[in-house]
Design a protein around this ligand. Structure first.
Ligand SMILES: NC(=O)N[C@@H](CC(=O)O)C(=O)O
Ligand SMILES: [Zn+2]
Ligand SMILES: [Zn+2]
Length: 350
């Protein structure tokens, strides 16, 4: 990144290493919000039914490509949903043919549409072993689902009970801890120098758990893993802005219509696709680390995945008037509320 002055920064066009696009009318409604800002995104496979086989990923990729707005240059990077029945040969073929970039591990029941996830890791070992031997990354939703474990502890317990044993068993497996939310996650990544990276979302750099619960319940700040206490947000900010190449952007932008969020049993997920880049400029400036934004948003991710860096650039500039964002995105399924950071953003696209 070149910092011409503190009020203007130019960086390689960012990528999003964790994104939910959904399908049908929702996909059509949200795709442009990502493809306007990002060159590539890792597309989460938690559709209903999930994207399990290479043929499913090809069909889903075709549906995504069919609705990318004209003039947008965007490449969806497809993932398969790891199940106990995943077929190693199918995974290998999808990877070798350039269809598949990674697999996604959801512990069964951990989050939105995760019922097909893994219960018994022994059953997933053949495919995990094949991935390790081919270098296919595994994206992990790192929360245990044990009802005995407090929801705020589920990430830390997952590291001890599931992730560390898995990595000890298969040290060659390349793992991305998705959307880390705790100091424990940060420390675990930092303590391991090989085959481990982590994505961090925009919203977890901005809110702590008070945003969800103080002054009434705020469903648009509810996501999984749930935001934790302030010391964890501070640890995430430090990791993201440190320049450590193991940390990179995955927005986890996860659209749900307002009626499903504002409900007696509201869905988990926060939509940040359209304001992430400007919000990140604000956060990195606050941390005195604007020079680290390009690494986090545009360099560390492709390097972890072994993919080329984007050639084109974006320029952001700080102005005296605040940027405006739509408060909702209209989709054929209904409105989706956009993440509101609760403070003005002065960074604009130049
Ligand atoms: N992050 C979320 O709160 N929700 C995601 C699922 C996920 O990433 O865990 C979704 O699909 O809605
Ligand atoms: Zn997740
Ligand atoms: Zn997600």
């Amino acid at each position: 990144m070149s910092a011409n002055s503190v009020n203007r920064i130019t960086l390689r066009r960012p990528d999003d290493w964790h994104l939910h696009l959904r399908d049908g009318a929702m996909l059509e409604g949200v795709i442009g919000e990502t493809s306007e800002h990002f060159a590539r995104a890792i597309i989460m496979p938690n559709l209903v039914p999930p994207v399990v086989k290479t043929a499913d990923a090809i069909a889903y990729r075709d549906r995504i490509n069919a609705v990318i707005p004209q003039g947008h240059d965007f490449t969806p990077l497809m993932t398969l949903y790891l199940t106990e029945g995943s077929n190693p040969d199918d995974v290998e073929e999808g990877y070798r043919n350039g269809v598949i970039t990674a697999l996604k591990l959801y512990p069964a029941g951990a989050t939105t549409n995760s019922a097909s996830g893994v219960r018994d890791f022994d059953k997933a070992m053949p495919v995990l072993e094949r991935m390790a031997s081919l270098g296919i990354p595994l994206c992990v939703h790192g929360e245990v689902t044990d009802p005995e474990i407090d929801i705020f502890d589920r990430e830390a317990v997952f590291i001890d009970r599931v992730l560390d044993p898995l990595r000890t068993r298969l040290p060659e497996l390349r793992v991305i801890m998705e959307h880390i939310t705790t100091e424990d996650g940060v420390e675990y990544v930092k303590a391991n120098d090989k085959n481990l990276g982590a994505t961090i979302t925009t919203h977890h750099l901005i809110i702590n758990r008070n945003a969800i619960l103080v002054g009434g319940i705020h469903p648009h700040f509810y996501c999984l893993p749930v935001a934790k206490r302030e010391k964890h947000r501070q640890a995430l900010r430090k990791a993201a802005t440190s320049g450590d190449v193991r940390f990179f952007l995955g927005t986890d932008s996860a659209p749900h219509t307002d009626d499903r969020k504002e409900s007696a049993c509201g869905c988990a997920g926060i939509f940040t696709a359209n304001n992430t880049v400007q919000l990140l400029a604000h956060v990195f400036e606050e941390e005195g680390a604007l020079d680290k934004l390009e690494g986090f948003a545009s360099v560390n991710g492709p390097q972890f995945y072994g993919l080329p860096l984007n050639g084109d650039k974006i320029t952001l500039e700080k102005r005296s008037e605040a940027a405006t964002f739509p408060s909702k995105i209209d989709t054929g399924d209904g409105p989706v509320t956009v993440f509101d950071p609760g403070f003005p953003i002065y960074w604009h696209y130049a």
